[in-house]
Design a protein around this ligand. Structure first.
Ligand SMILES: [Zn+2]
Length: 120
């Protein structure tokens, strides 16, 4: 499953960040997923808890920020793309082969679980 391997690589990156901070656990994790990244956020959210088991991310809450696709239209400049219409300007239909944003898959934020700060 595609999203499971993505979840595992995110967990890898997040675990490294935790280690750098000398923190054993994370409370929450936020990732930015582009509309054109080929990642299905729902599938990623579903795959995460099982993938996180036994890692420092075990029990952490995963949030996904969906980043809309933005292309460069020769007539309109940067335009927000409609996923259902492909890489074309939604206003004039001109091809926008260059994606300015929307293909990212990256860690946005990790909320560390401090040893002396428990859930309220
Ligand atoms: Zn246009």
């Amino acid at each position: 499953m595609h999203e499971a391997s993505i979840a595992l690589s995110l967990i890898d990156v997040a675990s490294e960040v935790l280690a750098e901070h000398g923190v054993a656990r994370a409370r929450a994790l936020t990732v930015r997923v582009g509309a054109w990244s080929s990642v299905v956020p729902e599938a990623l959210l579903a795959a995460f808890p099982a993938c996180a088991q036994g890692t420092p991310l075990d029990g952490a809450h995963l949030s996904v920020i969906l980043v809309p696709g933005v292309g460069e239209c020769p007539n309109h400049g940067p335009v927000t793309l409609d996923v259902t219409r492909g890489l074309r300007c939604p206003h004039c239909g001109a091809p926008t082969p260059t994606l300015l944003q929307g293909d990212e898959l990256e860690l946005d934020e990790i909320e560390l679980l401090e040893p002396n700060r428990e859930d309220p």
